[in-house]
Design a protein around this ligand. Sequence first.
Ligand code: CTP
Ligand code: CA
Length: 223
Amino acid sequence: MKTTNNKPIVLITAGPTREAIDPVRFISNHSSGKMGYAIAGAFLDKGFEVILVSGPVNISLSHTSLRVIPVNSADEMYTACQKYFPVAQITIFAAAVADYKPAQVYTQKMKKSAHEFSLQMVKNVDIAFEFGKIKRNDQVSVGFALETNDEEQNALKKLYSKNLDLIVLNSVKDEAATFGYDTNKITIINRDFQFQAFPLKSKAEVAVDIVTAAIKVGQKQEQ
Ligand code: CTP
Ligand code: CA
């Protein structure tokens, strides 16, 4: 699937999501968006048209072939992706999507009371899982798995349940490979159970490894 300027399209989700509690409060996570943005940069270098659906981050990236779509919540991220997924040759799910959201969003700022307060949470849409259900044979999808235990087993479960072509396993054993750092240590796993382990590298270098692996899957599909 190509754009009018004949460039292949990649859809990337990046950054955290924010799940509103009331107009001034939200639940979120520490994702910096650095990995997703680095992947966007690497795809731009390879001549792709990049659609970057991004949660709130402190990074700015601009390029004539880049469209950044800023979103807050997981629901907004999912809706924004729906328009582009069908035309994307490759989709990279790099966002740290909040797994839960408050069951109700208060329309007015909640007031402090004399009592304790608890929040009921409901499950968010699993964006990668939903698109996995409608992915075509000519599309490539890549997900991430950040694990603390049973790493490979958990990553493989995600690879198959979300119908991904590749899963990028992030080990949090190494502090320099977690949120906010400029470095990352990954293993890329494909559906043939092949594990490609990389040393600790800059996120820009890791991005090139991920992009190269994703493009390779696409080329195999074409054969
Ligand atoms: N993902 C997503 N939508 C969600 C949750 C996750 O698109 N609501 C994507 C992430 O972008 C990532 C992959 O799914 O590419 C795995 O995310 P992760 O949080 O590791 O897995 P979960 O399925 O949410 O399971 P858990 O958090 O319990 O490990
Ligand atoms: Ca999760």
